[in-house]
Design a protein. Structure first.
Length: 710
């Protein structure tokens, strides 16, 4: 199935895997069974990472604390073949293996990458993601059709917070830094009674946002004002039944003043700075019952209510600036604002039955699982734009209801072989209407699943092959001008993922490695296109359409080595080739734009990270880490590109069992790197000539952090 180029690229790695398999015998000597077992909590059966037959990255609490990560934005560059789009104040749109969204200016929510916090689904709304008091960050690559369905075509991001403890423990942390950074965090955990445990954590983060608005003489128009709070209760109802309740509240009231006309990056001119806010209240209730003879019963109820707004000064300047420019024989007039506010509510319910050892079938060789799922999503949006005194906009209502049934069989074939089969059938009904008298009610049936064969080679080595089918619902485009009638609706996308993996522990279990090769066959690929309206330069024609088939393939490697009792090293590597198949389209003027064979947007060929943590017996602490990626296209609609970059971070300090103090720096060498780019005309004095504009990531940051536990 693989073409010759793919075979040539993958053959060197095949030799490496073969050598590792052949050499596994000597790694079995001097075994150390006292090793950390990392569980993948997003998986049905919470596999050990070593035996999970899929490519996944787990970043545990130790690494999060060692690096001083306080937001998912600080973590994501450590994940192989993972990227994000800087279209918002905090990352909200993600790409796994080149698949994902870059923005969401209009239309119904329809994510390619799932985003879940403690069983609360926030796909497409991932900016409220504090890293404080987390147990681990999990990123599962490839379709998660059996477990998560339509929202996880490319993969899943799962944040698992710390559970309540059965003894009292408390902690607090304070960080101060440049850009007027101030972060306070705290947690408390322990027993309420013999049967109820609690955990509460909060974090308040403030900083100015690394922008100076020279017109308003302010340094906080791009501010970050972010509150996160979480409460968890664990209730032992009886010997057979437990209930776990999580309540999450986050209020991110951020500014958005990130774009400049001259691409200098950090000095803006807007007179009406934008806003990027999200206020989310969510909860999940997981009830587990083990009293049945042959199976366990699990119920997961989840609710989330999110109010969000994204707004910006779309002329990127101010009336005085434009009046000083000449548009023909008179001063320019250009004053534009864009804003979108929304209210999204989701309610979901899942029931599943999972076999016990006594309930295995097929002569006791096979564990089984069956379940049903239902979700209702409502989102109301109000979008408006102002251009030179005129005002337009659209108010819309959207509702979607998903129903699914799913099942999975995990069979021990003997001699170290295991076979896993999963299948999910999903039905989606949706309704859309707006004040422009447009209405759509698409409904569709979808299915996905997986089959994987794994082999335990020894206690230290396992390998697997996996085929997975994922799907992403079709949809519709609204408010299209004349000439775009054929683009009103688009079809379901289907993705087949073929994967070969090898997972190992070496050197007396001190070194762990996870290697995965993958090939992704995308059918009816959904592409988000945007065209600047030549009749109204401040407006864009936005639509999604199907681009036929395409393929992505590559390699992922994660490694972690406890080199000595005091020194730990960790690294990741991603290689990716993600391109269009046969795809071309016509713009409003009828010009054919051919993207066949071109790389996808936000899909760098190379990603890497490397870190080291040293803890001296005396209490001295040092963490050094670096991450980078190669250049990538910013958009599917033009050929503007980023530059490759590598950034370096450091954290040094002194710590005891009860307290610590640290000096830290991020982007130490003040690297200027792009996280989002546009190619269009936004300057009327230059006849709206198209040019590249870039939004840059954060410059150098530094500060001090102190914490205490008691």
């Amino acid at each position: 199935m693989l073409n010759q180029a793919l075979k040539q690229k993958l053959s060197p790695l095949a030799l490496i895997i073969s050598a590792a398999v052949c050499g596994q015998a000597f790694a079995d000597t001097n075994q150390n069974d006292d090793i950390e077992v990392i569980k993948v909590t997003a998986d049905f059966r919470q596999h050990d990472l070593l035996t999970l037959p899929a490519s996944a990255t787990i970043i545990d609490a130790k690494q999060l604390e060692d690096e001083g990560d306080h937001h998912f934005e600080d973590v994501l560059n450590s994940i192989a073949n993972f990227n994000w789009s800087g279209a918002t104040s905090r990352p909200r749109y993600f790409q796994i293996r080149g698949v994902g969204e870059q923005e969401d200016y209009q239309g119904a929510p329809n994510s390619s990458v799932g985003y879940v916090i403690d069983d609360i689904d926030l796909s497409g709304l991932g900016m409220v993601s504090s890293m404080y008091d987390l147990q681990q960050v999990e990123v599962l690559r490839g379709p998660q059709g059996t477990r998560y369905g339509a929202n996880a075509l490319a993969g899943l991001i799962y944040l698992k917070s710390n559970d309540p403890s059965d003894v009292f423990e408390h902690g607090a942390e304070l960080s101060l830094g440049n850009d007027d950074l101030r972060t306070f965090s705290g947690f408390s955990s322990g027993p309420i009674s013999d049967s109820v445990l609690y955990r509460v954590s909060i974090q308040q983060h403030n900083q100015n946002g690394f922008r100076d608005n020279t017109f308003l003489n302010r340094d906080d128009t791009n501010k970050r004002d972010e509150f996160s709070g979480r409460m968890k209760l664990h209730w032992l109802i009886n010997d057979d039944t437990t209930a776990d309740l999580t309540v999450l509240h986050a209020n991110f009231d951020n500014g958005y003043d990130a774009w400049t006309l001259n691409n200098n990056g950090f000095n803006t001119l807007s007179d009406k700075p934008g806003k990027d806010s999200q206020r989310t209240t969510g909860s999940s209730l997981k009830i587990s019952h083990t009293g049945a003879a042959d199976f366990n019963i699990t119920s997961i109820t989840s609710f989330a209510d999110s109010k969000h707004q994204h707004a910006y000064d779309s002329d990127w300047a101010n009336p005085k600036y434009w009046e000083s420019r000449n548009c023909g024989d008179k001063p320019c007039e250009y004053n534009a604002i864009w804003s979108k506010t929304g209210n999204r509510k989701t309610l979901s319910q899942e029931f599943r039955l999972t076999s016990k050892e006594s309930g295995r079938i097929f002569s006791g060789s096979t564990d089984w699982l069956v379940g049903i799922y239902a979700m209702n999503l409502n989102e109301d949006n109000k979008q408006f734009d102002v251009y030179n005194g005129g005002r337009g906009g659209i108010d819309s209502d959207y509702e979607a209801t998903n129903y699914a049934v799913f099942g999975q069989l995990d069979t021990d074939l003997g001699n170290g072989y295991s076979l896993s089969n999963g299948l999910r059938f999903e039905r989606r009904n949706s309704d859309y209407s707006d004040n422009k008298k447009e209405a759509f009610s698409p409904s569709e049936n979808m299915w996905g699943g997986h089959i994987s064969l794994s082999k335990t080679l020894s206690k230290q080595h396992s390998t697997y092959i996996r085929i997975a089918r994922g799907y992403k619902a079709g949809g519709f485009n609204m408010s299209l001008p004349k000439g775009f009638e054929d683009k009103k609706q688009f079809d379901t996308e289907v993705l087949y993922n073929y994967e070969l993996g090898f997972k190992s522990r070496w050197l007396d279990n001190s070194l762990s490695t996870n290697v995965a090769l993958f090939y992704m066959d995308r059918q009816d690929q959904q592409v988000s296109a945007s065209e600047q309206d030549p009749d109204r330069p401040d407006r864009f024609i936005l639509y999604t359409e199907n681009a036929g088939n395409s393929s992505n393939y590559g390699l992922e490697v994660d490694a972690k080595w406890q080199a000595t009792d005091n020194l730990e090293l960790y690294a990741s590597l991603g290689l990716l080739r993600a391109t269009y198949g046969d795809y071309s389209y016509k713009d409003k003027r009828g010009k054919v734009i051919d993207l066949s064979g071109r790389e996808l947007a936000h899909a760098p060929k190379f990603t890497n990270s490397l870190g080291a943590t040293y803890r001296a017996d005396s209490g001295i602490f040092v963490n050094l880490n670096t991450s980078g990626k190669s250049k990538f296209f910013y958009s599917d609609s033009n050929d503007s590109k980023s530059k490759g970059y590598q950034i370096f971070n450091a954290r040094v300090g002194y710590e005891t069992d009860d307290w610590g103090v640290y000096l830290w720096g991020r982007n130490l060498f003040d690297k200027k790197y792009g996280v989002r780019g546009f190619f269009f005309g936004n300057e009327p004095d230059q006849d709206w000539v198209k040019k590249q504009y870039i939004r840059f990531g954060d410059p150098r940051a530094f500060g001090i952090t102190t914490n205490i536990k008691f």
